[in-house]
Design a protein around this ligand. Structure first.
Ligand code: ADP
Length: 258
């Protein structure tokens, strides 16, 4: 169980700010959905939390400890990332890729133990990629790659999970099973999950809280019904929208008006 705290975070690309003064807390047992238009800074936030991008100002704390002081190994024991699948190389097999998630847990000889193998089997089973085990990444579809990336992150067995548009490339059935699996893991293992998402109706259905990012700044943070209002969304996405309560669940249902 871990609490992720982002305090006054600023990230630049060269001179250009991509994130400014972002404050967010993700407690254990919560899915926090990060939404916002293209270019708002969602991927930048995920990448700066995962250590891929340097931070210009502010801090990221894990259980009160500044994550920038963590060694890469310690960081990988605490935070797993599901990046967008277009970043994948193709030479490894599916099983080798998922085993990479165990790297930070391996002993000094780097040889997987039966526990590591079991965790990899479990992660591949949960994401339905076990049948692809010996296939190379270059030889599987975008949706299959996306599930392999999720399997790798689950095999990493961390209290914090960051996901960058994880339902991209997935058909509807796999989208639902990914979100159902995440909910189950969050509830059972009290993971803290920060997930960039595009589909606002999926956000309404799966997120505990929602953070709306526009031009690198947080415009709203709160429950789905507090943040997913037509006023917030029309301003952020610059298009007319209607938001009504879902007839069965009561969560916000977002439709475009055109
Ligand atoms: P989102 O994920 O919300 O679509 P990004 O985080 O990808 O947004 O981008 C935020 C801003 O940073 C955009 O203005 C984008 O053009 C810029 N940006 C993203 N990646 C880079 C990069 N590698 N170099 C320079 N600017 C970048």
């Amino acid at each position: 169980m871990s609490v992720l705290k982002i305090r006054d975070l600023t990230v630049h690309y060269g001179d250009k700010p991509a994130l400014q003064g972002v404050d967010l807390t993700v407690p254990p047992g919560e899915i926090l959905a990060l939404i916002g238009p293209n270019g708002a800074g969602k991927s930048t936030l995920i990448r700066s939390l995962s250590g891929v991008l340097p931070i210009r100002g502010g801090s990221v704390l894990l259980d009160g400890e500044d994550i920038s002081t963590f060694t890469p190994k310690r960081r990988a024991q605490h935070v797993a990332v599901v990046p967008q699948s277009r970043q994948l190389g193709g030479a490894f097999t599916v099983r080798q890729t998922v085993m990479l998630g165990r790297t930070a847990h391996l002993g000094w000889l780097g040889k997987p133990t039966p526990k590591d193998e079991a965790k990899v089997d479990w992660a591949m089973e949960k994401t339905s990629v076990h049948a692809l085990s010996e296939r190379r990444l270059a030889e599987i579809s975008g949706g299959e790659q996306q599930r392999v990336l999720l399997a790798r992150a689950l095999a990493q067995d961390t209290p914090v999970l960051l996901l960058d548009e994880p339902t991209n490339h997935l058909d509807l059935g796999y989208q639902v099973s990914l979100l159902t699996l995440l909910r189950k893991l969050v509830d059972e293992q009290e993971l803290a999950v920060l997930m960039a998402m595009h589909d606002l109706n999926q956000v309404a259905g799966c997120a505990d809280r929602v953070a709306l990012l526009v031009n690198g700044q947080l415009k709203a943070v709160g429950s789905p019904s507090e943040v997913l209002t037509s006023a917030n969304l029309e301003e952020a996405y610059n298009t007319p929208l209607d938001v009504v309560p879902h007839p069965k669940t009561g969560v916000p249902l977002i439709t475009t008006l055109s």
